[in-house]
Write a protein that binds this ligand. Structure first.
Ligand code: NDP
Length: 452
């Protein structure tokens, strides 16, 4: 069952039944039959449709933001900001389509060859609730431009976002057999992946979902892109203005109520700054991030996306404290709704679960490192490798540290961001493949070598 429950109140608003097996079959048949016509359209035509989608997303930003606030508790202003990035992504792929899909001549021994950029067919997208519009956009915009067709299974707590996105695309001119939303349950996914008409799958979500989908896709030799969890390190080497550094790093961690895969989750601070950093950060978190109504633009700390998510994060905090971590502030669930106090934990050691697991909520872990080298060791001592950030005033030193971080992305003096033209993705248990930028259009592309 898909359902909408307002996380600010815990009140169930709507239930949407799952698609039946027949409906799922019909959806697969649609994206399969739509593929031949869509791939035959010129790049310019497909780009024009994607460009129109960008305009419509911009026009409907308020409506989409309100849906996200209701479904998963996103602060209304963050929802509008999210739609802004969606617009950037659709514009980026529309504006760069011709250049990204141009034939590439290659000099070869004894002749000439060219690499052409072709679609591979109907794809399945499985998307999460934390950025209901942005996560879909990263997958959909490049693949529509490329000529693939898409069956989209959204998170079961986001049926209204799923429907609204499909409407935007339809109104922009995406044919109804080129992008199809399905309310399939995750139990129906193996059958979709087994279907020979589906050529690949992109999933953003938890490690468990990634493992399950990758296993099924592997069984049927389907190309897979996975964007999973992260426990990104944020290294503070020195600071020209510690108040500003604390403010900026707290903002990055608390964005989207801490429910971002690439939020900085482990602050690693060099010893000479550590005590002052922890004191200032604790004060900032306790005083500034006060819970409120997510539809009020003044609110700083909205609820988490669901009661289950809030309970899980509260349990992780409690377990960390039981295992010996120091709770500097926060930690308490607030009811009704899915609220959790913004939290700071210190003295987390490798013997505790919190050291290695991802905490998907408004919780900051702060670690002390005696040296730059130790900071790098702590940063890399994680099963994840999504993003990282390095903060300091010496550009050469920042870069030296960045080069040693095991992650798909490193940001210098900023954290947790994403932009249309910069590839996004991770290594280790954070997943495989890249989205956004030129790399994002290549994942489900047949780079065909033609020897001339
Ligand atoms: P899930 O991974 O369960 O959900 C993400 C998407 O995957 C949803 O559409 C979900 O469907 C689907 N899904 C779940 N299990 C399967 C499966 N076995 N086969 C196919 N599809 C599946 O995330 P949760 O909502 O449970 O969040 C749990 C944790 O995941 C978070 O605490 C966080 O650590 C991580 N996460 C990471 C995200 C990221 O941005 N990388 C985003 C969201 C979560 P359905 O909703 O129907 O279950």
């Amino acid at each position: 069952m898909y359902s909408v429950t307002d996380p600010a109140t815990g009140v169930l608003v709507e239930e949407v039944p799952n698609s039946t097996a027949e409906e799922v079959e019909a959806a697969v048949a649609r994206v399969h039959s739509g593929y031949q016509a869509w791939r035959q359209r010129s790049v310019v035509e497909r780009a024009a449709v994607v460009k129109r989608a960008a305009e419509l997303f911009a026009e409907r930003a308020d409506e989409l933001a309100a849906i996200m606030t209701l479904e998963m508790g996103k602060r209304i202003n963050e929802g509008r900001g999210e739609v802004g990035i969606v617009v950037d992504i659709f514009n980026y792929y529309a504006d760069h389509a011709v250049e990204l899909l141009a034939d590439e001549p290659v000099a070869i021994k004894g002749g000439r060859a060219v690499i052409t950029k072709n679609p591979i067919g109907p794809l399945l997208g499985i998307m999460p609730w934390n950025f209901p519009c942005y996560q879909v956009a990263r997958f959909v915009a490049p693949n529509l431009v490329l000529g693939n067709t898409i069956l989209l299974k959204h998170a079961s707590i986001c049926p209204r976002s799923a429907a609204a996105i499909e409407t935007v695309l339809r109104d922009a001119g995406v044919p109804d057999d080129v992008y199809v939303n399905t309310f399939a349950s995750s139990r129906q996914i193996p059958a979709i992946l087994a279907d020979p008409r589906i050529q690949g799958v992109s999933l953003t979500g938890s490690e468990q979902a990634g493992i399950s989908v990758a296993a099924d896709a592997g069984k049927h030799l389907k190309k897979t892109v996975l964007e999973l969890g992260g426990s990104d390190p944020l290294i503070v080497l020195d600071s020209a203005d510690l108040d500003e550094t604390v403010k900026a790093t707290a903002t990055a961690r608390m964005r989207n109520c801490g429910q971002s895969c690439n939020a900085p989750k482990r602050m690693i601070v060099l010893a000479d700054l550590y005590d002052e950093f922890v004191d200032k950060l604790t004060k900032r978190v306790a005083d500034f991030y006060l819970p409120g109504d997510p539809s009020d633009p003044e609110t700083k700390l909205p609820p988490l996306a669901s009661i289950a998510a809030a309970d899980e994060v509260a349990e992780q905090i409690e377990r960390a404290v039981r295992q010996g971590a120091t709770l500097r502030t926060g930690g308490q669930r607030i009811e009704p709704g899915a609220y959790l106090e913004a939290t700071v934990l210190t003295d987390v050691t490798p013997e505790m679960d919190a050291y290695y697991e991802e905490i998907f909520g408004p919780v900051v872990l702060v670690f002390k490192a005696e040296t730059e080298e130790e900071a790098i060791v702590i940063a890399n001592d994680s099963p994840f490798g999504l993003g990282a950030s390095v903060w300091g005033t010496d550009a050469d030193r920042n870069r030296r540290v960045a080069d040693q971080i095991e992650a798909g992305m490193v940001y210098l003096n900023s954290a947790g961001g994403s932009q249309a033209d910069l590839p996004f993705g991770g290594i280790k248990r954070s997943g495989m493949g890249r989205e956004l930028g030129p790399a994002g259009i290549e994942e489900f592309m047949n780079k065909k070598s033609i020897r001339l």
